[in-house]
Design a protein around this ligand. Structure first.
Ligand code: LLP
Length: 443
């Protein structure tokens, strides 16, 4: 987080508050979100990323709530002028509780239920991103029942998959999302939607090519393919769809090995590639208006704003042979609050947070308290030699896909989400209790 520092006792501070007092008041493990940092990242997308799009008609930034969502965060997103991407009835319910403006919400999902579609249309969401032929019929049925016209976009499988530094632009038709472009299914979906013009309003095309991406090469190919179809729809049907969504996926630095682009540079590259591709198909003249672009960053907004605070319970030295030792540092959480290391081989770092130490560093692995050896939070880190029970450690970059993918494995109550700002901490999501868990057990 941007407001992070150390006080005169060597204690980590965030938002003007030291972590020792946070741990004392709220306990550990806990997710600590720096409100100012979250808001600053949202604003950077709204202003700096968006600036180069000015002559293209601007850009709408949808915060992807799947990365992390609670009512207060939804309010921050609304406050900062962003839109919101939700991908389930549950995420939509959070947005509704926050009073998030319906017209600024987009609903995703490859298997939305009739109940979810009804919830979205009753609330009046600004767009539903359609993912299957069955869904087209379901939306028509619910829209007819409610007497409304549903705004929809078509999720297109553009044949590009991008993760971290690599992208592959041929063989990625073999997955569950969207309508295939190569197979002509996307064009067919457009035709079917247009045929239901009384109940469906076609806003545009959508694609999402992956996550934790560091360069724009994959986006260039997906924009080319999306804009190709966009132009074809105009030619075939005489319909100029007003929107074009390129999805989310911008990478963040989990360790010093990652170097994400600043929002301004990212915006410049994205605007350039969109401009080039629109020009190639001749869009931009008065009779072929330029669509408004939207993006859906989740991780890049919430990821770096949060760290997880743990207390060390045990430190065990394990001999790796040839005189090398590794310290297994067990903390009061683990794969239930951060599954990403076990699931994706994700890299995290960590730091001693309650004090400073002049001791030499030693090789350490931060592990959780769950009953399996794959329960690892930080694979390799150097921690001071005198790391010991009772110390606090902070794992940065845990804002995205940690709380939102947390489980209660081993009947472990999920940690709270705390927001810090101006020297004060408050609870956004309270700590779960064993009573919460037992309440579900009704047998
Ligand atoms: N839009 C759509 C349609 C998406 O499917 C996603 C993420 C996003 C936007 C936001 O992507 P972001 O900007 O956060 O990368 N659990 C995995 C990530 C799954 C991403 C799924 N879709 C992880 O922890 O890395």
């Amino acid at each position: 987080p941007q407001t992070i520092g150390r006080d005169e006792h060597g204690r980590l501070t965030v938002g003007g508050l030291d972590v020792v007092s946070i741990a004392r008041e709220f306990g550990t493990a806990a997710y600590v979100i720096d409100e100012e940092d979250f808001r600053a990242r949202a604003r950077a997308f709204r202003d700096e990323f968006a600036a180069p799009f000015a002559e293209l008609g601007g850009v709408d930034v949808f915060y992807a709530g799947k990365a992390f969502l609670c009512a207060e965060v939804a309010r921050w997103v609304a406050d900062e002028g962003l839109c919101l991407d939700v991908c389930s009835g549950g995420e939509l319910a959070v947005a509704q509780r926050a009073g998030f403006p319906a017209e600024r919400i987009g609903l995703h999902g490859n298997n939305k239920s009739v109940t979810e579609i009804r919830q979205a249309l009753e609330y009046g969401v600004g767009r539903i991103v359609v993912d299957s032929f069955e869904e087209i019929e379901r939306i028509v049925a619910v829209a007819t029942e409610l007497g409304v016209r549903a705004p929809v976009m078509v999720r297109v499988t553009v044949g590009v998959e991008a993760h971290t530094h690599e992208f592959i632009a041929t063989a990625h038709e073999d997955q569950k999302f969207g309508f295939s472009l190569a197979g002509g299914k996307a064009a067919e979906a457009v035709s079917r939607i247009l045929a239901h013009g009384d109940r469906l309003e076609l806003l545009g095309l959508h694609s999402h090519i992956g996550s934790q991406i560091f360069d724009t090469a994959g986006f260039e190919v997906s924009a080319r393919r999306l804009i190709g179809l966009h132009a074809e729809v105009a030619r075939l049907h005489g319909v100029h769809m007003p929107e074009l969504d390129l999805g989310g996926g911008y990478g963040i630095a989990y360790t010093s090995e990652h170097t994400p682009m600043a929002p301004r540079e990212l915006g410049e590259q994205m605007a350039d590639l969109v401009r080039r591709e629109l020009k190639a198909v001749g869009d931009g003249s008065p009779d072929t208006p330029v669509p408004r672009v939207s993006i859906e960053p989740g991780r890049a907004i919430v990821g770096p704003s949060t760290f997880t605070l743990y207390e060390v319970g045990t430190v065990k030295d394990v001999d790796l042979g040839e005189g090398v030792q590794r310290a297994y540092v067990s903390v009061d959480g683990g794969m239930s609050d951060n599954i990403r290391t076990a699931l994706y081989d994700a890299d995290y770092s960590c730091t001693l947070a309650n004090r400073s130490s002049d001791e030499p560093p030693r090789l350490a692995r931060v592990v959780g308290k769950h009953c399996e050896s794959g329960d690892i939070v930080v694979m390799d880190e150097y921690l001071p030699n005198d790391i010991r029970a009772g110390d606090l450690i902070a794992v940065p970059g845990t804002g995205a896909y940690c709380r939102s993918m947390a489980s209660q494995y081993n009947h472990t109550p999920r940690p709270p989400v705390l927001a810090v700002r101006d020297g004060r901490a408050r609870v956004l999501v309270r700590r779960e209790t064993v009573e919460d868990l037992l309440a579900l057990d009704v047998g």
